[in-house]
Design a protein around this ligand. Structure first.
Ligand SMILES: Cc1ncc(COP(=O)(O)O)c(C=O)c1O
Length: 445
């Protein structure tokens, strides 16, 4: 008789499961969480989560009420319809699409038909729907800026799609390398379907594209008949006052850009609200073209059915309270991130002077959540574990964001969820780690 309580006996072989399950991309997140869990007293520059000081429990019921009032007064819904809207299954493409469209108009100067928006369970689902819809078969490959956000690579893995890396420069994307990769893919019979990038304060590099590069990228996309997947979770968080650069979608006159949005950093991640703007027209066997968003909606209906209405209502309430401007909604958060970026960059300068004994350099993003530091040791999992255990500081190895090789001596510091005091203590600890590992490296030379 088999013993169901025997926990040591394996029932399945990992080799029989989906290959993504043994892919380092999918292991990376678990590893970071696991290390963070084991060293709760370590200062964490690892998590890219938003700051928590503006989370307010009382706001949640208020947001619901605000959204309810909007449905009644603006949409003419009666009590039954409102109840149904909150409690029932809902519209596959979402119920806050008009508010999201208004946000895009107000904050980004992007004019889109609300019907071209699919409200998703986080941007993660938007990426999945986009890749699923766009890639017809194994000939279709995705190009992605490298280093790249791990969620995109992970989604491609789950869909068995190849991701071809495109190098980054200090101005954003290396356009010459993009062309090289498009041509190389075509030369081996592949179809480069879309190019994924984060033009504003990228995760993980913190870098942004300048205006000329944005325009050049759009022309190039037209020339090579390529779609651009623009992911923009951090665009609002510019460190200096002044006008922000236009998004690719705002510059897009040719429906080249599929815009991926996340309200995780600008609303709150607990709601898990994201969206995709897919205004491309699809020819379905010669009939009148239909929106790509409607094709994605079919996929969504088999994935998450609809994005939870209650979560949408809360995000919707927050949008309504600020005239649909997430810039206005985030005035406090923006100050925190600005201050933290300033403190982090200043703290690095103080601890690692240019002519000092330790070879440490870093980039200087003009906004966003991340700074990349180059260190004189292999910034790998082992070093992170050592850092957590003996020096009490956590960071993210940059190699996690390179699909293959790269970033070996680099780490990402996230500034969004730390206090000024933690920045100070964390950087002191980073200094002691670098000094410690630098000595060890010298001893072995
Ligand atoms: C570049 C980028 N895209 C997307 C996301 C994920 O968004 P969501 O939490 O809405 O799934 C993140 C989150 O860290 C990110 O950094």
């Amino acid at each position: 008789m088999s013993d169901h309580r025997d926990q040591t006996r394996a029932d399945l072989l990992i080799g029989d499961l989906h290959p993504a399950l043994t892919d380092p991309t999918l292991e990376a997140m678990n590893f970071l969480n696991e290390v963070a869990g084991r060293f709760p007293d370590a200062v964490s520059f690892a998590a890219g989560r938003p700051c928590e000081e503006f989370f307010e429990l009382d706001a949640l019921p208020r947001y619901l009420l605000t959204f309810q009032e909007y449905l009644e007064s603006e949409k003419g819904a009666d009590a039954d319809q409102v109840r149904r809207m909150f409690f029932q299954y809902g519209r596959t493409k979402g119920i806050i699409h008009e508010l999201v469209a208004e946000h895009l108009a107000v904050d980004e100067g992007i004019a889109v038909d609300p019907e071209s928006i699919v409200v998703t369970v986080g941007c993660q689902e938007a990426m999945f729907l986009t890749l699923r819809a766009l890639c017809a078969d194994a000939h279709d490959v995705v190009l992605a800026v490298s280093p790249s956000y791990i969620g995109l690579t992970g989604a491609a893995r789950l869909l068995d799609r190849e991701v071809w890396p495109v190098r980054e420069t200090t101005r954003g994307v290396d356009l010459a390398h993009l062309v090289e990769q498009i041509e190389a893919a075509r030369a081996v019979g592949k179809r480069p379907r879309a190019f994924y990038l984060v033009p504003d304060f990228a995760n993980p590099s913190g870098l942004s594209m300048d205006l000329d590069s944005r325009k050049a990228l759009l022309s190039l996309a037209a020339e090579y008949d390529l779609l651009l997947l623009e992911d923009n979770p951090y665009g609002l968080f510019q460190a200096e006052d002044g006008t922000r650069l236009p998004t690719l979608k705002a510059l897009d006159t040719d429906r080249r850009v599929v815009y991926l949005g996340s309200l995780a950093k600008t609303c709150f991640p607990g709601a898990r609200i994201g969206f995709v703007v897919a205004d491309q027209r699809v020819d379905v066997h010669g009939t009148a073209p239909v929106l790509l968003a409607d094709q994605m909606s079919k996929i969504k209906s088999m994935l998450t059915v609809n994005t939870p209405s209650v979560a949408q209502a809360m995000a919707g309430g927050k949008l309504l309270e600020h005239g649909c401007s997430l810039v206005k909604a985030n005035s406090g958060e923006m100050e925190v991130y600005r201050r933290n970026l300033r403190l982090l960059l200043h703290g690095l300068e103080q601890r690692f002077p240019a002519k000092g004994p330790l070879q440490v350099t870093w980039n200087r993003p003009t906004g966003g959540f991340f700074v990349v530091v180059t260190v004189p040791f292999a910034a790998d999992e082992e070093a992170l574990e050592y850092s957590a255990q003996y020096h009490g500081v956590l960071w993210t190895p940059m190699r996690h964001f390179y699909d293959g090789s790269g970033g070996d001596n680099q780490l990402r510091l996230s500034l969004s969820a730390v206090s000024p005091q933690q920045i100070d203590i964390g950087l002191d600890r980073l200094l002691s780690l670098v000094a410690d590992l630098d000595t060890k490296e010298n001893e072995t030379r």
